[in-house]
Design a binder for this molecule. Structure first.
Ligand code: PLP
Length: 465
C-alpha cells in the first residue's frame, strides 16, 4: 500500500468509527451469531495475489462486524467494562502509527518518561503515598503473576529462578475465596500450585476475608513446615464486588513478613473519588504491590494495567535479566522491560495522558459517581419487581439479583435477554446459587440506558413465563 492511499483509508476509517459510535444504540449488544458462522465465510487458504483494500474493507463490514459484541454499547452491563474513550483511541492511533517497541529507555525515551509521569499522575489521583512507583502492563493477570513470582523469589532468598523449586518446601499464598481466576493461574504458572493457594472464607456486607482464618492458616502452615510467602487482597472481586478489610489483613501479613499484593483491577478506577477511597481503601498504602486496570472503568483503550510498587527492588530482583544485546550505557534511566515478564512493550502511557488531559480527573470522577448512583437506582427498581430478589447489594456499581424460579430459570432469563439484544448481562455464582450480575460502567451510558434495563428485564421475563 502506498502512503497516500493509507491516508485516504485512515480518514475513511476515522469517519466509519464516528458513525459506528453514533449508531451503537441501534445494534444488539451481544453478537447474534452461531458458533462457526463467521469462520465459514472466510476463505480456507490465504490469497497468493494482492487484493484491493475496497474488497478487504467490504468483507470486514459484511463478515466481521455482525460477529462483534459491542463493548462500547451504552447498554453493556456484562462482566466489567472495557472502555475506549475517544481521546484514548486517538492516542492509540498515534502509537500504532509510530509503532515503536518501547522495551528500553533508549528504544524510545519519550515512552519511558511519559510512562513514569503517568504512573505518578495515577498515583496522585489515587492518593497513594509518594514512595510508590510503578509500571504499565498489558493486563492485571500479568501484574499479578509478576507479584506472585516476587513472593516466590523473596520467600526462597531469590534462589528459585536459579535453582528451580525442587526441595524448597511448600510456599503458601493466602487470599479470599472471592478472588479472580487470574490469582489461581498466577499460582499455577509460578510453580506454587493450586493446593498452596489458601482461600479464606468471607463474611460481612462486603464479603471480606476472615482475618482469624488467615491467622489460623498461617499458624497451621508454620506448624506443618510450610513457608508462608504472600497475601493477595481484593478490592472489588469479579463475582459480586467483594472487598477485603485491608488494615487487619495487612497487620497479619506484616507481622508474618509476607509480601502483599492488592487486586483492584476493576474497582481501582473508582478510587480517584475521595469518598470511595475513604470508604474502601483505608490502609491501602501498606501493600507492596497494587494493580488496577485503567482499561476497565476509567476509559483507557484496552490494554492498560497499572501496577504500583512500594519498592520496585524485589520485583526487579525477580524479573530483571540483562543479556549483552539489551545492555545500555548509563544508569540514570529506567528500562521498564526489567520490571515485567514480556520484553517487548507498547507505548501504553500515551492514552492515559490523552484521557486525563481531555476529561480532567473531575470529568472522569463525574462518570464514575453517576455509574454508582444509577446502579443503586436500578437495584431498587429491580427489588420492587414482583418475585425478583436482590442477592448481593451494590458494591460500587455492581449488584446481583435473581428472578423467580430455579438456577435454570436464571440462565434462561440471561440467555433470553442477550438474544433480545437491547441489553447485555452475564450470570455468576454466589453461595452455590446462580445469580444474574449487573454492573454499570460503560463510558457513554446514561441514566436512561441504565433504567431502561428494568423495562427490558420485565418485558423479556413476561415473554418467558
Ligand atoms: C478483570 C479482572 C482481572 C483480570 O484482568 P486482566 O487485565 O484481564 O488480566 C483480575 N482481577 C479482577 C478483580 C478483575 O476484575
Amino acid at each position: 500500500m502506498k502512503w497516500d492511499e493509507y491516508s485516504d483509508w485512515a480518514k475513511m476509517i476515522a469517519d466509519w468509527g464516528a458513525d459506528y459510535h453514533a449508531t451503537l444504540r441501534d445494534r444488539p449488544v451481544r453478537a447474534q451469531t452461531a458458533p462457526g458462522q463467521i469462520a465459514a465465510q472466510l476463505p480456507q487458504a490465504p490469497p497468493d495475489g494482492a487484493e484491493a483494500m475496497e474488497a478487504i474493507m467490504a468483507d470486514f463490514e459484511q463478515i466481521v462486524m455482525p460477529g462483534m459484541t459491542h463493548w462500547q454499547h451504552p447498554r453493556f452491563f456484562a462482566y466489567f467494562p472495557a472502555n475506549a474513550a475517544p481521546p484514548s483511541m486517538l492516542a492509540e492511533m498515534l502509537v500504532t502509527t509510530v509503532a515503536a517497541q518501547c522495551m528500553l529507555w533508549q528504544t524510545s525515551p519519550a515512552a519511558t518518561e511519559v510512562e513514569g509521569v503517568m504512573v505518578d499522575w495515577l498515583r496522585q489521583a489515587l492518593d497513594l503515598p509518594a514512595e510508590y512507583t510503578g509500571v504499565i502492563q498489558d493486563s492485571a493477570s500479568s501484574a499479578t503473576l509478576s507479584a506472585v513470582l516476587t513472593m516466590r523469589e523473596r520467600a526462597t532468598g531469590y534462589s528459585g529462578n536459579r535453582e528451580g523449586l525442587s526441595g524448597k518446601g511448600q510456599l503458601r499464598i493466602y487470599c479470599s475465596d472471592q478472588v479472580h481466576s487470574s490469582i489461581d493461574r498466577a499460582c499455577w504458572v509460578a510453580g506454587i500450585g493450586q493446593d498452596n493457594l489458601v482461600k479464606l472464607p468471607t463474611s460481612g456486607p462486603r464479603y471480606a476475608a476472615d482475618v482469624d482464618a488467615l491467622k489460623a492458616a498461617i499458624a497451621a502452615d508454620g506448624a506443618a513446615g510450610h513457608i508462608p510467602a504472600g497475601l493477595i487482597g481484593i478490592t472489588g472481586g469479579t463475582g459480586i464486588g467483594a472487598c477485603d478489610d485491608l488494615g487487619p489483613l495487612l497487620a497479619v501479613a506484616r507481622a508474618e513478613g509476607l509480601y502483599t499484593h492488592l487486586d483492584a483491577a476493576w474497582a481501582g478506577a473508582a478510587m480517584i473519588c475521595s469518598e470511595f477511597r475513604e470508604d474502601f481503601w483505608a490502609n491501602v498504602d501498606g501493600f507492596d504491590s497494587i494493580v488496577f486496570n485503567p482499561h476497565k472503568w476509567l476509559g483507557a483503550q484496552f490494554d492498560c494495567s497499572v501496577q504500583f510498587l512500594a519498592d520496585p527492588q524485589p520485583q526487579l530482583n525477580t524479573l530483571k535479566i540483562e543479556p549483552e544485546y539489551l545492555k545500555t550505557t548509563g544508569d540514570a534511566v529506567t528500562n521498564y522491560s526489567e520490571w515485567t515478564i514480556p520484553l517487548g512493550r507498547r507505548f501504553r502511557a500515551l492514552k492515559i495522558w490523552f484521557l486525563i488531559r481531555s476529561y480532567g480527573l473531575d470529568g472522569l470522577r463525574a462518570r464514575l459517581r453517576n455509574h454508582v448512583l444509577w446502579a443503586g437506582e436500578l437495584c431498587e427498581a429491580i427489588r420492587a419487581m414482583d418475585g425478583f430478589e436482590i442477592v448481593t447489594e451494590p458494591i460500587l456499581s455492581l449488584f446481583s439479583f435473581r428472578c423467580p424460579g430455579s438456577d435454570a430459570d436464571q440462565q434462561r432469563l440471561v440467555d433470553a435477554l442477550n438474544d433480545d439484544g437491547r441489553i447485555y448481562l452475564t450470570q455468576g455464582a454466589f453461595q452455590g446459587q446462580k445469580i444474574i450480575r449487573f454492573q454499570v460502567g460503560q463510558f457513554d451510558t446514561t441514566r436512561d440506558d441504565v433504567m431502561m434495563a428494568r423495562d427490558v428485564i420485565a418485558d423479556v421475563w413476561r415473554n418467558l413465563t
